[in-house]
Write a protein that binds this ligand. Structure first.
Ligand code: FEO
Length: 400
């Protein structure tokens, strides 16, 4: 895409990544892609806020060169050191030899750690301001949104928040860069939630702390480093992030995420009965087959629904491995405040239920019921599974 002037003298200079299969080497973006948004401010002094991933350096440089002579660039502002934002730094500096690099104290150390850079670097303080002429930049330290060095940059006169990873999402920008460019935002909101649950959710407390710092600051535009720029309705993405972040300290929405796996369909038969019980109570349910679904696509439901049903058998005395893999990632991502239940088949000694209960306890989940059965569920087992689904749904409805 060509650069876009988002306000007089202020340009979006981002690139779409349709090449990378796994964001951070972990999270599938082979379908949705992602954008690396950077911003150039041309004033008496010129400043570039964030860069791009290294593999797209050529595209990024070509695009940037359309709007600025890099040799004249005064500042490169590093909101965040993760290489999806800084990979192009060394290439930029080959051309921008007079530029000062600006970042928080931990950024200064990381510039050396990652790129061996120790010169032409200015360390910033929290809330420090920098005048570029007509425009003033304020640097606000927002640690752990996403790394310990991360800051957001606020353009005072234009009331634009360059929020870096915060308020970002997966998904390439397909022609338009603003929320107002799309009639339907369902794709971007869904990919923002997936990105949040994959990347940011573990740092929800820090997101809320960061948002507090901007509580009394007027924001006309939220300009993150991934995904849409929110200009028509900047409050929308702030509200979504606020809601999602709150779920680290309170139960989420009334719904049940099912982590389902089966070897010979015995657990599946019991699950079908449990789902009927849940449906009888009218509670929304999302069934994920853990054998086939990447955890990236399960985490959004796990994060936003307060109920969990693990329906997976015992395998070699432990919980079915793909189900345990999801739970281990949930533990890593600090998925908590859940009301949960277990059902699953075993062949001789069981073990899946106890394995699940041990990790659920670690995460602080309330496990209300467990139903491990030998072989197939039989008629009384199906009745029990139905009732279990119903009781779980009732519990989920009453959690406050
Ligand atoms: Fe977009 Fe934490 O990197």
């Amino acid at each position: 895409m060509r650069p876009v002037e988002i306000r007089p003298g202020i340009y979006w200079v981002g690139v779409n990544d349709r090449v990378t299969d796994l964001f951070e080497g972990l999270w599938p973006i082979d379908q949705a892609g992602v954008s690396y948004n950077a911003y150039l401010i041309k004033d008496e002094k010129s400043a570039l806020i964030d860069l791009s991933k290294e593999i797209l350096s050529d595209d990024y440089l070509a695009q940037l060169s359309e709007v600025v002579d890099l040799a004249s660039l005064d500042y490169v502002i590093i909101n965040h050191m993760e290489p999806d934002h800084t990979g192009a730094l060394q290439r930029i500096l080959e051309f921008a030899q007079n530029a000062q690099i600006l970042g928080m104290p931990k950024t200064v150390r990381m510039l050396d750690d990652f790129y061996g850079l120790t010169e032409n670097i200015t360390q910033l303080a929290n809330n420090e301001e920098l005048s570029l002429g007509k425009n003033t930049l304020r640097f606000v330290y927002t640690p752990l949104v996403h790394w310990p060095e991360t800051m957001m940059t606020y353009l005072v006169e234009e009331q634009i928040l360059f929020s870096c990873d915060g308020f970002g999402g997966y998904g390439t920008l397909d022609g338009g860069i603003f929320d107002g460019d799309y009639a339907d935002l369902a794709f971007f909101e869904s990919e923002a939630l997936r990105y949040f649950s994959n990347i940011v959710a573990a740092f929800s407390k820090s997101v809320l702390s960061a948002m507090k710092k901007f509580a009394d600051v007027p924001i006309k535009m939220v300009a993150p480093s991934h995904g849409l720029i929110w200009r028509k309705d900047p409050g929308r993405i702030l509200e979504l992030y606020q809601t999602w972040s709150e779920y680290h300290r309170q139960p989420a929405e009334a719904g049940i995420t099912v982590l389902f796996g089966t070897m010979y369909r015995n657990t599946e038969h019991a699950l079908n009965a449990a789902l009927e019980g849940i449906a009888a109570e009218g509670v929304p349910v999302s069934v994920h087959d853990v054998r086939k679904t990447h955890v990236s696509h399960i985490l959004p439901d796990l994060w936003t629904q307060r109920g969990v049903l693990v329906a997976a058998p015992t395998y070699e005395g432990k919980l079915f491995p793909p189900a345990m893999d999801v739970l281990m990632m949930a533990n890593r991502k600090r998925v908590t405040h859940k009301t949960a239940a277990y059902l699953g088949s075993y062949a001789w000694s069981g073990g899946g239920q106890a394995d699940f209960e041990a990790i659920a306890e670690k995460m602080g989940w309330q496990v209300s019921q467990g139903f491990g059965f030998i072989g197939g569920p039989k008629t009384d087992g199906l009745t029990r599974a139905y009732e279990m689904g119903r009781q779980l749904a009732k519990a989920v409805k009453t959690v406050s």
